[in-house]
Structures are given as structure tokens and as C-alpha cells.
Ligand binder design. Structure first.
Ligand code: NAP
Length: 281
């Protein structure tokens, strides 16, 4: 455990709920291994108190914090600056406090991309992608993939208007179209990479599938952003059909590693962070 002194600095997580989060264990182990005199806490913040909480964190000199559900969009109103990523994605998951100036950024997209390349060995340049879902995680991964040079992206979501809206956000970056989820069979079969960005299959409804298993083909890569459970039914069905599978824990670790890099200027110990999360599987 890090020795607490008058010079200890503080980082943390705001959201509601946060009691299920493993981020404090993972981030404190990382900060300690990085030799940072710092602690990372989790604070449950109700929506009605978000503005006061942000002002309190600013005033107390909390150096940086992560933001999770339900505050990723609403927190933007209380910050001084946004990075181009946060602005393009329309959500913030990481805040930096430099001498009282609060800057919001978003590391979900880069976290996903690093994990895709380093954990699954998939290079995005020139590939065809289908995103399932059009919420915050789809916006972040879609933005990162589009910037990384994918050839074509299809956004498939159960609410067609939301799929179309996300496709419009991305169409200056890549070739993109939108489909209702129920009509995405052919696009899924033709894709090199399928990215599952809905909560379908998450604990406790672990038997649920976002698409029929027979849409998946041998040789394609299937990413599931859901990380609880790590091996979702979608990933198990995909592996059984000869697809390459990529689970959501890599994105979870790498978006956190990217936040640590932004806060401290140092490379985070990704293997140690993975080991810590593995103890909870
Ligand atoms: P969100 O903003 O609420 O978006 C959820 C999306 O899923 C929406 O498009 C929603 O459609 C769709 N959806 C919800 N239930 C569905 C269902 N039964 N069938 C089909 N579509 C459905 O949530 P989010 O922040 O994007 O998170 C999505 C998932 O990604 C969550 O499981 C989250 O834990 C995971 N995630 C993982 C990481 C990581 O580091 N691995 C990071 C971020 C998020 P409607 O708009 O029609 O409701």
C-alpha cells in the first residue's frame, strides 16, 4: 500500500453506481508500480450533484479523474476545455486538472484500438467493420477505427435513427452506412471485424445474443466490449465458428493505461493491470 503523506496526490472515478468497479484496485496497483505518490478512489456522485462534485474536485486539487455512467456526456458542461477526441465522440471519460483548469478527453477509442492491435493482432487499415450499437462506446470505437483508416464501416443498431446519426458523425472520416440491426446479416458476414458495442450478453443476462450465431463466419474477428463476463456467449459462439475473438477487458485496461499516461506522463504497467483484473474473474 502506498504510504499516505501530505504530498500524496489524488486521482479517482466518478459515476453512479461505482461500488462494482475494479478500477481502484487496478489503478492503485499501477500507480504504486509507477512510483507515483498517489491514490485512486471511487466516488458515487448523483446526477443532481455532478456540478458541485466537479467544482469540489477542482478546488481540492484532485489531479485527474475518470468518468463513467451516467455522467460521460453531462460532465462536459462543467469543464473548461475539451480535446478534439472528446468533442468528436461527444463524451468524456477522463478529466485532467492542471492548476485548476479542467480538460476533458476520451480514451475509450484509443484504448479499444490499442487493444485490438496489441491483444488481437488486428490492424485496422483497409478492413471492413460492422459496429453493433450506436451508443457512447460505439461512438468512441467508431471514431478511433475511422481515424485509423478502415475501408468501410456499417453502423447496425436496433434504433435506425441512432445508427444513421452515428454514421453521419463519422462520414467525414471514412466510408460509412447505417442499417437496422435486424437487416445487418449480409454486412456482418462480409465484415473483417465485428465490434459488439451493446450491453447484450452482460451479467446477469449472459445467455443473450445481439445477433444470431449463424451470421458469424470463419476467419473474421469478433470484438465484444462487454467484459463481465469476459467470455460472453457471442465470443464463445464466434470461436466455435472459427472466428478470432477479442474480449472487452483489453479495452478496459488500455483506456485506463491511456488515462494514466495523460495524468503522469509515464507508460502504465499494462501486464500488471491485467493480472489485477484477472484475480476478479
Ligand atoms: P449506451 O450508450 O447505453 O449504448 C448502448 C447501445 O446498445 C445503444 O445503441 C442501444 O440501443 C443498444 N442496445 C441496448 N440494449 C440493446 C438490446 N437489447 N438489443 C440491441 N441493442 C441494444 O452504452 P455504452 O456506454 O455504449 O456501453 C455499451 C456496452 O459497452 C456496455 O456493456 C458497456 O459496459 C460496454 N463498454 C465497455 C468498455 C470497455 O472498456 N470494455 C468501455 C465502454 C463501454 P438504443 O439506443 O436503441 O437503446
Amino acid at each position: 500500500m502506498t504510504e499516505i503523506t501530505a504530498r500524496t496526490v489524488c486521482y479517482g472515478l466518478i459515476g453512479d453506481p461505482v461500488s462494482h468497479s475494479r478500477s481502484p484496485e487496478m489503478m492503485n496497483a499501477a500507480l504504486s508500480a509507477m512510483g507515483e505518490p498517489a491514490v485512486y478512489l471511487a466516488w458515487r456522485v448523483e446526477t443532481s450533484r455532478l456540478k458541485q462534485a466537479v467544482e469540489g474536485l477542482r478546488s481540492l486539487g484532485v489531479c485527474g479523474w475518470n468518468v463513467t455512467i451516467p455522467h460521460k456526456v453531462s460532465v462536459m458542461d462543467f469543464l473548461d476545455e475539451l480535446t478534439p477526441e472528446a468533442r468528436a465522440i461527444g463524451a468524456v471519460n477522463t478529466v485532467v486538472n492542471r492548476d485548476g483548469v479542467l480538460t476533458g478527453t476520451n480514451t475509450d477509442g484509443t484504448g479499444y484500438l490499442h487493444s485490438l492491435m496489441e491483444d488481437a493482432g488486428v490492424l485496422p487499415d483497409g478492413i471492413r467493420v460492422v459496429l453493433l450499437g450506436a451508443g457512447g462506446a460505439a461512438r468512441a470505437t467508431g471514431y478511433a477505427l475511422a481515424r485509423a483508416g478502415v475501408r468501410h464501416m456499417t453502423v447496425a443498431a436496433r434504433t435506425a435513427e441512432k445508427a444513421e446519426e452515428l454514421a453521419r458523425r463519422l462520414d467525414s472520416l471514412t466510408s460509412v452506412d447505417a442499417l437496422p440491426l435486424a437487416e445487418a446479416r449480409r454486412a456482418v458476414q462480409e465484415a473483417d471485424l465485428l465490434v459488439q458495442c451493446t450491453p447484450v450478453g452482460m451479467h446477469p443476462e449472459t445467455d443473450a445474443m445481439p445477433i444470431p450465431a449463424d451470421w458469424i463466419r470463419e476467419g473474421q474477428t469478433v470484438s465484444d466490449l462487454v467484459y463481465r463476463p469476459r467470455w460472453t456467449r457471442l465470443l464463445r459462439e464466434a470461436a466455435a465458428r472459427g472466428a478470432r475473438v477479442h474480449d472487452g477487458t483489453g479495452m478496459l485496461i488500455r483506456q485506463a493505461a491511456e488515462a494514466l499516461r495523460i495524468w503522469t506522463g509515464k507508460k502504465a504497467p499494462v501486464s500488471l493491470m491485467k493480472q489485477v483484473l484477472d484475480t476478479f474473474q
